[in-house]
Design a protein around this ligand. Structure first.
Ligand code: ADP
Ligand code: MG
Length: 618
């Protein structure tokens, strides 16, 4: 084997593999450059998920002709010149490889102009062709305001193997929205406009962090915000976290910035936060937060990863303590001791947003956030009067919606899969309800303990799925539309799926800013906490590709199973004898008796012969 020195073009493409995973990574690098150039206004235009076109226009300091030539060369940067600079960095970029990498896998046009007193001065334009020697680049004059405009076209045109891994246009667009959300939250002093296929998706003027957060992730989260403040000698913490009353099923709404640089979730930070919340949150639930850590540059290493999404702290114990203290202080200012909920009473189905749906004002208010949260130590008293109660289901709904509308014949073919003891359907007797949670049923060969919520969820799921497949779901208009706010990327996801949501009963409309309005629900589901339902669906969306073509595909299934769950009797709901009779009768008619919509077992069966054995009778 002979060792060969790889040509520069190939070196750049290999580097591009690390820097450019998808169009969103290009947007990240280019916006970082604009912010490093002190831009105050940044406009991003995207076509076809960024694969066809990405244009970034900034009003930063621009480049002179020589820099404009050099910026296409790998390891060409204006941000560092010696090793020590790496440890005193205040810029986002420093590796000098982004533009070279991006240019090696796309078609790039650069226009730039530096501030000049001479009005005659024009900008310059370079159309970069892959593998071109910078000295041979043709520079032409062009008309452009002070700043830089970079146009990227045909991403991965020469690397089909990488292009193959890109997701659909919708998914790539959403990834770009997520990136801009992060920039908007880390740089409230910069105005951002994001246009996707000509449509404005984000338009955010300069503001403070709280206002910016409202514009980007929606007020349904921000109205639960508590300020985070910590002032140490070498370390400051600012931002907001949510009251323990508001929680989500994953960490996707946790935004972490170290010296304004967005970083992916970090185990040190996660465990400091979870220690601060202690047992205040139900298991598997997480707060949402925007955490800004400002630290001396030599206390943190940002050069751990080419995409610069991870950092290494020098004094981890200090960071841990500071974060925990900032979160604990925020939470202790909410009169925890007086209002502390008994977490054991909070079922995982607790509807925290239910009041919103019924237009009842927020349970607590956080008055007058400071414009600048950085230097604020003011303790604030947030009052919330009631911890959300379990939503009770009207008996009429049970009777009318589930038990009378649903009339499926026994399915003989599936006899094998069913438990033998369930075959004789009428051979059972309701003994009663235990702990307002389980129904005890006496059957011919034993005793069955049925999880009332799981059984009802299963009944509702099969009814809704059957109706959806037959296109028989009736759209029930809501008296007042349910309006709720969500992050721009979540909003985009729901709006992208509006046709399919309509097929399963939910008519959704863009309500401006971060809000959507749900106008209709599947008939029989009017009482569901719709905002909470969609919050749960969105929390679980990252685990699958929400791109589907029919009702039986994953997204629709997911929505149906959450709708089934939300409308079902809860653990802790009293059930009358006739309700239990009706529920068990309907449950025994289900195609799949054994698991609820989320795959948990619905019932436990104890055969008499086992019980007798245990009692020493045989
Ligand atoms: P890095 O950001 O790591 O220095 P890049 O390849 O991203 O590397 O950019 C190379 C250089 O090009 C930067 O150091 C900067 O001097 C210049 N540059 C890139 N984008 C801009 C911009 N939008 N405005 C002004 N200068 C820019
Ligand atoms: Mg850069």
């Amino acid at each position: 084997m002979t060792i060969k020195l790889l040509p520069v073009s190939l070196q750049n493409q290999i580097a591009a593999g690390e820097v450019v995973e998808r169009p969103a990574s290009i947007v990240k690098e280019l916006v970082e450059n604009s912010i490093d150039a002190n831009a105050e206004n940044i406009q991003i235009e995207i076509e076809e998920g960024g694969i066809k076109k990405i244009r970034i226009i900034d009003d930063g300091k621009g480049m002179n002709p020589q820099d404009a030539r050099n910026c296409f060369t790998r390891y060409a940067t204006s941000k560092i010149s010696k090793v020590d600079d790496l440890f005193t960095l205040s810029s986002f970029g420093f590796r000098g490889e982004a533009l070279a990498s991006i240019a090696s896998i796309s078609h790039m046009t650069l226009k730039t102009k530096q501030k000049s007193k001479n009005k005659q001065d024009t900008g310059i334009e370079i159309v970069y062709k892959a593998n071109q020697n910078p000295e041979e680049l043709e520079i032409t004059p062009c008309s452009i305001p002070t700043g830089t405009e970079i146009l990227i076209e045909n991403v991965f045109w020469n690397v089909p193997a990488r292009k193959k891994f890109l997701k659909t246009e919708n998914t790539e667009s959403r990834e770009i929205i997520k990136i801009i959300e992060n920039f908007a939250l880390s740089n409230p002093h910069v105005a951002f406009i994001l246009k996707i296929n000509g449509k404005e998706k984000i338009s955010s003027q300069k503001s403070n962090l709280h206002h910016r957060a409202q514009q980007i992730i929606g007020k349904d989260i921000t109205e639960h915000f508590l300020p985070l403040v910590y002032e140490g000698l070498e370390l400051q913490i600012s931002g907001f976290t949510t009251h323990y009353n508001y929680h989500r099923s994953n960490r996707t709404r946790q935004y972490i910035f170290v010296n304004n640089r967005m970083i992916s979730s970090d185990s040190l930070i996660s465990s400091a936060v979870s220690q601060a919340y202690e047992t205040l949150l139900p298991r598997g639930k997480f707060p949402s937060f925007i955490l800004h850590i400002t630290i001396r540059p030599d206390e943190v290493d940002v050069n751990v990863h080419p995409r610069k999404t991870q950092v290494k702290f020098l004094h981890t114990a200090n960071i841990f303590k500071a974060i925990k203290q900032a979160f604990s202080t925020a939470l202790s200012n909410t009169h925890i001791t007086q209002n502390r909920p008994n977490i054991s009473e909070v079922s995982e189905f607790t509807p925290t947003l239910s009041e919103k749906q019924h237009n009842i004002s927020s349970r607590f208010s956080i008055p007058n956030f400071p414009k600048n949260t950085q230097n604020t130590h003011t303790s604030r008293n947030t009052h919330f009067t009631t911890f959300p109660q379990h939503q009770s289901v009207q008996p009429s709904f049970i009777e009318n919606t589930i038990f009378n509308t649903h009339n499926r014949n026994d399915d003989e073919n599936e006899g094998e899969e069913r438990e033998r003891e369930l075959e004789n359907r009428e051979d059972w007797k309701i003994i009663g309800q235990v702990r307002k949670s389980f129904i005890i049923v006496e059957e011919e060969n034993g005793i069955r303990i049925v999880d009332q919520h799981a059984a009802h969820e299963r009944v509702r799921l099969e009814m809704l799925t059957e109706k959806a497949e037959k296109k028989e779901i009736i759209l029930q208009p809501l008296l007042t539309p349910c309006i709720f706010s969500l992050s721009q990327s979540d909003k985009e996801l729901l709006l992208q799926q509006h046709k399919y949501l309509r097929d399963i009963g939910f008519e959704i409309e863009d309500f401006g800013n971060t809000e959507v309005a749900i106008q209709t629900v599947p008939a029989g589901s009017e009482h569901i906490d719709i905002a909470k339902l969609f919050q749960e669906i969105l929390d679980n969306c990252d685990f699958f590709e929400p791109e589907f073509s029919s009702i039986t595909d994953s997204f629709a299934k997911k929505v149906l199973s959450y709708a089934a769950c939300r409308g079902a009797k809860m653990f802790g709901d009293y059930m009358s004898q006739s309700e239990m009779e009706a529920l068990i009768r309907d449950w025994k008619k289900c195609k799949n008796l054994h698991s609820c919509a989320h795959g948990r077992p619905v019932s436990v069966f104890h055969p008499f012969n086992e019980i007798e054995k245990k009692c020493g009778r045989c």
